[in-house]
Write a protein that binds this ligand. Structure first.
Ligand code: Z5A
Ligand code: MG
Length: 222
């Protein structure tokens, strides 16, 4: 996509850029399925786009997280929270570079997962938000809304640490606290193709706004 520069309402010159689109939701809500569909959609329209996910288990921090999630190692709740956050910080400059070069990023889980999961363990929510301050704020947060009982019925809860119904109920309650009116909330029980259609509209609007020079901002705005 061609890069251009334009003036915003305050007369400040802003550059066309890619959009930062985050998918959030309980386990088995369909984030990964919808993320790949959105990537194909944007690419099919000729947009430059990439699919990212957190945790990024490929980095050395990510490997520690992966070992913790699969119960191969034990870590204090605060420590693992900071590792999840560090895993986002280590990708921040690349994320910014990609967005500024015009590539949109579809991100499967982000800071909201970090705060909801750690708060559900009993950590103070403001403490959980603090290390996320200064990371890039998403241009769009998509929340795939599903009752924990319904998500559990989808099966596939394996041996990973958080894949338990009672815990997922607490996570859902913290997502409710984090949610604001800007989030695009979709009923995750709808057929995959129906959800896909609803998301395409929201995502395309968002990509266009960013191409039009919407400024990048930082967490934590709410
Ligand atoms: N975590 C954290 O604590 N702190 C952090 O900062 C971050 C994460 C970033 C990583 O899990 C764990 O780390 C996670 C949060 C915590 N905790 N847990 N547990 P992950 O992201 O690697 O988890 P995953 O393996 O990708 O699974 P998932 O995210 O739980 O699933 P999903 O991506 O939401 O769903 P899916 O894989 O797309 O679909 C699940 C199944 O449902 C699959 O069979 C689909 O075909 C089916 N599906 C999807 N959509 C539909 C619809 N609409 N109808 C019917 N069936 C559907
Ligand atoms: Mg997933």
């Amino acid at each position: 996509m061609e890069q251009s520069s334009m003036n915003d309402l305050n007369g400040v010159s802003t550059e066309a850029r890619g959009a930062l689109i985050v998918l959030e939701g309980l386990d088995r809500s369909g984030k990964t399925s919808q993320s790949s569909r959105l990537l194909s959609y944007l690419e099919g329209l000729g947009h430059s786009a990439e699919l990212w996910r957190f945790p990024d288990r490929t980095t050395s921090v990510g490997k520690m997280i992966s070992s913790y999630l699969s119960n191969e190692s034990q870590l204090d709740d605060h420590t693992i929270h900071l590792l999840f956050s560090a895993n986002r910080w280590e990708k921040k400059s690349l994320m910014e570079e990609k967005l500024k070069s015009g590539t949109s990023l579809i991100v499967d889980r982000y800071s909201y997962s970090g705060v909801a999961f750690s708060s559900a363990k009993g950590l103070d929510i403001d403490w959980c938000k603090a290390p996320e301050i200064g990371l890039l704020a998403p241009d769009l947060v998509i929340y795939l809304n599903i009752l924990p009982e319904k998500a559990a019925e989808r099966g596939g809860y394996g041996g990973e640490r958080y894949e338990k119904l009672e815990f997922q109920k607490k996570v859902a309650a913290y997502y409710q606290i984090l949610r604001d009116a800007s989030w695009k909330v979709v009923d995750a029980l709808l057929p995959i193709e129906e959800i896909e259609k609803q998301l395409q509209v929201a995502v395309l609007d968002c990509v266009k706004a960013c191409q039009g020079g919407k400024p990048l901002s930082c967490l934590w705005s709410s």
